[in-house]
Design a protein around this ligand. Structure first.
Ligand SMILES: Cc1cc2nc3c(=O)[nH]c(=O)nc-3n(C[C@H](O)[C@H](O)[C@H](O)COP(=O)(O)O)c2cc1C
Length: 187
C-alpha cells in the first residue's frame, strides 16, 4: 500500500553541477543540484533554482552570463566544498582553474568533463529563490568522455545528488532504449 509522506519533492537524483560566475570581477563557484532542462531544441534553455541569499546570484545578474559544469565522482570533495562556504566570506576563486569563452564574462571550469557556457535568458523570482533560465551558447567536452563524438555517460561518471539520503550517488547501467522500451505496448 502507498503511504503519504507529506509534500516531499522526490525528483531525485539530479546531477550535481558547479555554476561559475564573475562576482564583482572575481570568479566564484557554487554547488547547484536543483537544475532543470526547459527544452531539447535550440535555443537550448536550462534552469537553476538558486536561493537569493547566495553570493553567485549577484554575478549572474551583474553580467548576465555564467557556466554550468558537470563533474565526475572523483572531484566530489571540491564540488562539495564550494557548496559549503560562501564567496561573500571566503575566496573560492582558486578551487578550480577556469578559462573564458565567447561570452567573455562566464568563467568555464577546466578540471571537469563537461561545461555549458550560458547567457541569462530570463529570471523568475519566488519569495526565496531566483530561477535563472540560461541559454546554452557553447558546450565544452573533454575528449576523454566522448565516444564517436557523443557524450558517453559511462565515461563521464557524473556525480549525482539525492536530498532524501543527503548522499552523493553514482550512475548505474543502462536498462533500455528511450522511445523504444514501450514499443511492444503500442496497439
Ligand atoms: C550538494 C549541494 C547541493 C546544493 N544545491 C543547491 C541548489 O540547488 N540551490 C541553491 O540555492 N543552493 C544549493 N546549495 C547550497 C550552495 O551551494 C551554498 O550555499 C554555497 O555555499 C553558496 O555559495 P555562494 O554564496 O558563494 O554563491 C547546495 C549545496 C550542496 C552542498
Amino acid at each position: 500500500m502507498k503511504k503519504k509522506i507529506g509534500d516531499q519533492n522526490v525528483l531525485y537524483p539530479t546531477p550535481v553541477t558547479v555554476v561559475a560566475a564573475l562576482v564583482n570581477g572575481k570568479v566564484n563557484f557554487i554547488n547547484v543540484a536543483h537544475v532543470g532542462i526547459v527544452n531539447a531544441q535550440a535555443p537550448h534553455l536550462i534552469s537553476l533554482g538558486m536561493n537569493k541569499a547566495h553570493h553567485t546570484n549577484i554575478g549572474i545578474r551583474e553580467n548576465g552570463t555564467f557556466s554550468v559544469n558537470v563533474f565526475s565522482i572523483d572531484k566530489m570533495a571540491e564540488v562539495d566544498y564550494v557548496g559549503l562556504v560562501s564567496g561573500s566570506k571566503t575566496d573560492k576563486s582558486a578551487v578550480f582553474e577556469t578559462f573564458f569563452g565567447e561570452l567573455k564574462t562566464a568563467p568555464i571550469i577546466r578540471d571537469c568533463p563537461l561545461s555549458m557556457e550560458c547567457r541569462l535568458h530570463d529570471t523568475y523570482e519566488t519569495k526565496t529563490h531566483d530561477l535563472f533560465i540560461g541559454e546554452i551558447t557553447a558546450t565544452y567536452a573533454d575528449e576523454s568522455v566522448l565516444t564517436g563524438g557523443k557524450v558517453d555517460l559511462a565515461k563521464v561518471r557524473p556525480l549525482l545528488f539525492d536530498m532524501s539520503s543527503r548522499k552523493y550517488w553514482s550512475l548505474g547501467t543502462p536498462v533500455g532504449d528511450c522511445w523504444g522500451a514501450g514499443k511492444n505496448l503500442i496497439k
